[in-house]
Write a protein that binds this ligand. Sequence first.
Ligand code: BGC
Length: 746
Amino acid sequence: MKIKAILFCLLLAGVAHGQDQKMDRFIDELLRKMTVEEKLGQLNLSSGVGDLKVITEGEGRLDYIKQGLIGSAWGMNSQKAAVEESRMGIPLITGRDVIHGYKTTFPIPLAMSCMWDVEKIEKMARISAIEASCAGINWTYSPMVDISRDPRWGRVAEGAGEDPYLGSLIAKAYVRGYQGDDLSKENTILACVKHFALYGAPEAGRDYNTVDMSRITMYEDYLPPYKAAVEAGVGTAMTSFNVVDMVPATGNKWLMTDLLREDWGFDGFVVTDYTAINEMIHHGLGDLQTVAVKALKAGVDMDMVGQSYIGTLKKSLEEGKVTEDEIDRACRRILEAKYKLGLFDKPYQYFDEERAEKYWLSDEHQAYARELAARSCVLLKNSNEVLPLKKEGAIAVIGPLANSKIDMLGTWAATRDTTDIVPIIDGIRNVAGTNADVLFAQGSYFTEDSFLINRRRAKDQQITIDKQKSKQLLDEAKEVADKADVIVAVLGEPRSWSGEASSRADIGLPECQQRLLKELLNTGKPVVLVLGNGRPLALSWENEHVDAMLETWHAGVQAGNGIADVLFGDFNPSGKITMTFPRVVGQAPIYYNHNRTGRPQNETSYFTSRYLDIPNTPLFPFGYGLSYTTFEYSDIQLNKNEFSANEKLVASVTVTNTGEYEGEEVVQLYINDPAASVSRPVKELKGFEKIVLAPGESKTVDFTITTDHLKFYNSDLEYGWEPGDFNIYIGTSSKEVKSEKVNWRK
Ligand code: BGC
């Protein structure tokens, strides 16, 4: 049996090798025939609209394509020009930011990470690929796997939160979902892990700001998800805008070649982020010709939009600043990707109206979007069991987000089409049924700051603030609230306040929304705060005063229905936050797996690491989220307490559903190394399991732990474990855990 398996593996390896050889021969042949200009053309990505004008000859994009000067384009109708009208007939590769769905928009990635369910994310990515690949798209600039610990940074909406372990599992799931098991199929697309690297750690949370971090922190906390994507076979990687060790990532050879390719074995192509080569001039690395040389030599293959390669590399070649081999190397990697996608055989396979008709916003995809909208919700507070709502009586739904369609799409939605979006108010009406009277009032603007309110994306509605209207909105809201038995306040951020170039220094609810909330609370009626936002917000005041809080993020095309399923208890919330929610913004950066200090907070001591005005702890810790039912955890059972190197620890807890609803719980395992050669974090996530329990039911969850779970990078960047004591924690969040101590000897 074993021999048969080995023979089969050898056969597969042989087939793969044969295919590789065939591809190599094909590309050798192409490269032999291509001019330098045509090779540089392959390294040139054109957006069609925002291209920097470095190349000037020719009539425009189509003309450049025919001349072979563009290898990748965003427009989706130029394939014919490339294949049938250019000298070499090399097809274009077409990328887009399909990051949480294509036509069927799912919740924002941060929201989906709160499901703690990698299979569901993989299926979402699969659906995204199926839908996008009908429209000519064969490459997505996703997954964005940048770890971030700072809620001010607007792009946290696009990632999976603050934890490298969970982030790595999610990174792999996206890659598997997009690329499937055969890239050459018409419904699989290339993934692009981004933004390599450390883009999620800009100083003070301001987008595009500088980054500075120790190598240990890089290796321990920030690099793992990129590496995981490489392990999953991601076909491309995108550079980040920031510096890494003071060298812009886009010109950083250590990052792009030594680490990515040599250490991790990445064998796809690297694309820059939008005009990132040109931006190295602002970083202070030299003129355009110089920075283009740096990028190519660092191992960066494709220039997104900046036209620095097509505009300057020929000159650099003539001046001996780059070699033709270096150009060929980049060109080869791009041609390989095109080959693997099947583009040379079937350049038009990604255009398919029939498939589009069948899959775009299909009933099945919409049902899945509804499920994910519900699953991404996190119940932050629920006092007096005000939730789930009853499907009767008068329910006042009030707030600027309640009837917004466009904002449900969240940042980076591939579509701006709002036709099918179910806003929250409609979802509540749909699910409440006919026995409930659902009332609505807008209540307030998102903000009365005219810059902020109109910082909306091109086609989003522009708003003029009118003080009179503002008062009128509030009066209407009070009137509606007075008629209700329960008030659902739907507040938060419009979609344009998170995502790229959308950092906020104040992450509370804007003043006019707070004013509205206070008026609603003044009615004395129960108030449920439904939050829609792209980042953790600072909600201390709200948490103190409202009865219930449900975090719904920006939940996608089926937002209203999915959220209403949760509000009325048709779906019992099971999401857990993947980013810490601070008490106030001054705590940022704030994250659960922080390191220790020599002066930990201590009430009796003066010289201690603390704030004078607030506790050190967050408002809601990583991994936190409530359910309509309650779970009780037993103490941890261990198979034993002392282990030698090759032994396995089995740590078990029994979880019992002690409430009245069936519910899902994410049982979380954390480990801490209390004494090592370097100071280690207070706690690190090392495993989790999602279980479903009927009322009264108990399940035992076993975590098997080996010395692999204990490994870390020391000051010499050696990866290993050190014998000694370890704390094992298992619980419902990073804060609420049971604990046990074990010992591992060499
Ligand atoms: C963003 C990337 C994105 C690219 C293309 C850039 O500005 O940083 O995440 O993929 O644009 O749209």
